[in-house]
Design a protein around this ligand. Structure first.
Ligand SMILES: O=C(O)C1=C[C@@H](OP(=O)(O)O)[C@@H](O)[C@H](O)C1
Ligand SMILES: C=C(OP(=O)(O)O)C(=O)O
Length: 421
């Protein structure tokens, strides 16, 4: 594990930063392509730990996965699926999207993952699969889905308040079940609903009928999944850390190829930065953020966009005044307990952060250097980089963990600040 001295600037950062593909779109496109009625090409594929784990797992199940000289273009050829060992790393999208796919293998599919993944919520999707007629051994990692090549499907009621990925995972494979799948959610509100919209949108693009007329209910009809040549948008949640660098330094950062219409929750970083006093423009596909002299604090419900929390928490720790981030109790089950981790690490550098029932209260305080722990969480590592950009002597532990979704992060960050004082 490398301890990385976060590069420090004293002037405004000015840069254009091109982001690789979205993790969430890549892993959905790969699943839909693997279950489709013919071969597809996926362009703009993110190559990172989470997406390479998905590629590896699909290949182990028998799906044809090919990429030529350009690793971001992948041809996926569906095949009958067979039993396999699937390793999920710490990837929620692999942990929750692949067990339903495994129902269609003709033998046992054994799932395992990183030690840290064992505390992430998982049993909900396994219980749902049992209701849908799938034989599953175990409720926690490691577990086995005993695929038989087909499954009945039908209606299932789950509590998806711990993760939207339970809903997305069931919906992505739903058309392959004999009777389709209807998912009802009962419980506290489902977080990250834009990610469910992304799932529904991509299923619809692949010719699948999804009925969302009733609140908290998703009905997917059985039927073929059309082969689609997918083009993956840049990862807007990963873009957030770079845009936040402009906000923190009074600089200007542009991210090209910003989609005008998207289901990615990361797009909402534009509104958050505006609320903090940044100028934000979208023109000709370029999203440009210019930071203010002083950042304003914000009180904001992040329930829909929880994945942006580490970046926003780091940024509001640099603002003038107290911010409250709410609606994110479910982050305690993300890569790590993100509420505890953010409070601990910002406080270690002199910050004033308290955990609330469903979020964080972050007051302004002068920050100083120190060791920033990453907890194997890519977004904790980038949050440390952001604070270190404007704070002397911040050492970010395990910077390699950014490879979960952005393997080139240290080089991209360095390139962003090249030429800045
Ligand atoms: O479906 C997806 O691609 C994701 C859904 C969200 O999960 P939760 O609903 O568990 O927050 C998000 O935080 C995660 O990064 C990606
Ligand atoms: C919560 C996240 O990841 P995962 O897909 O592993 O849930 C994230 O990337 O912020």
């Amino acid at each position: 594990m490398t301890v990385w001295r976060a590069p420090r600037v004293t002037g405004p950062v000015t840069a254009t930063v091109e982001l690789p593909g979205s993790k969430s779109i890549t892993n959905r496109a790969l699943i839909l392509a693997a279950l489709a009625s013919g071969p597809s090409t996926v362009r703009g594929v993110l190559r990172s730990r989470d997406t390479d784990l998905m590629l590896g797992a699909l290949s182990a199940l028998g799906v044809g996965i090919e990429s030529g000289d350009n690793p971001t273009t992948v041809t996926v050829t569906p095949a009958s699926l067979h039993g396999a060992d699937v390793y999920c790393g710490l990837a929620g999208t692999v942990l929750r999207f692949l067990p339903p796919v495994a129902a269609f293998a003709d033998g046992p599919v054994r799932f395992d993952a990183d030690e840290q993944a064992r505390t992430r919520p998982q049993s909900t999707i396994l219980g749902a699969l049992r209701v849908l007629g799938v034989d599953v051994d175990g409720d926690t990692l490691p577990f086995t889905v005993n695929g038989t090549g087909r499954a009945t499907g039908g209606a299932v009621t789950i509590d998806a308040s711990a993760s939207s990925q339970f809903v997305s995972g069931l919906l992505l494979s739903a058309p392959r079940f004999d009777d389709g799948v209807t998912v009802h959610h009962v419980g506290k509100p489902v977080p990250s609903t834009p990610h469910i919209d992304m799932t529904v949108d991509m299923l619809t693009t692949a010719g699948v009928s999804v009925d969302t007329a009733e609140a908290n209910t998703w009905r997917v009809a059985p039927g073929p999944i059309r082969a689609v040549d997918w083009v993956v948008e840049p990862d807007l949640s990963n873009a957030a850390a770079f845009l936040a660098a402009a906000a923190a330094t009074g600089g200007t950062v542009t991210v090209p190829y910003w989609p005008t219409v998207t289901t990615q929750p990361g797009a909402q970083i534009a509104d958050v930065l505006r609320d903090m006093g940044c100028q934000v423009t979208l023109s000709g596909g370029n999203l440009t953020v210019t930071g203010p002299d002083r950042l304003s604090p914000v009180s904001i419900d992040l329930h829909d966009i929880g994945e942006l929390t580490p970046t926003i928490a780091a940024l509001v720790a640099l603002a003038d005044g107290a911010s409250v981030l709410s609606g994110i109790a479910h982050l305690r089950g993300h890569e790590t307990n993100r509420l505890e981790a953010l409070a601990t690490e910002i406080n270690r550098l002199g910050g004033k952060v308290t955990e609330t029932d469903d979020g964080l209260r972050i007051e302004s305080a002068p920050l100083h250097g120190g060791h920033w722990l990453s907890y194997a969480d890519h977004r904790m590592a980038t949050a440390g980089a952001l604070i270190g950009l404007v704070t002397d002597d911040v050492d970010v532990d395990d910077i390699e963990t950014t490879a979960k979704t952005l393997p080139d992060f240290p080089a991209m960050w360095q390139q962003m600040i090249a030429g800045t004082a």
